[in-house]
Ligand binder design. Structure first.
Ligand SMILES: [Zn+2]
Length: 60
């Protein structure tokens, strides 16, 4: 069974945080964190799935 956990990643610099933060401590940008579900397989490989909070429409 793959364990699933949530983490937050900064869109600007990729900083990973265990909880949502309004400001990224790494790059200093505000509101750049997006929630992502991470599935950790038994083999130890980490599979990053699609962001949960994908609200943006198709790119133009
Ligand atoms: Zn950042």
């Amino acid at each position: 069974m793959a364990k699933v956990k949530k983490a937050y990643f900064c869109r600007n610099c990729g900083y990973e945080a265990a909880k949502w933060m309004g400001r990224c401590p790494a790059c200093g940008e505000w509101n750049t964190f997006t929630e992502e579900v991470i599935a950790r397989e038994n083999s130890g490989t980490v599979v990053r799935t699609c962001p949960v909070s994908r609200v943006r429409g198709p790119r133009r």
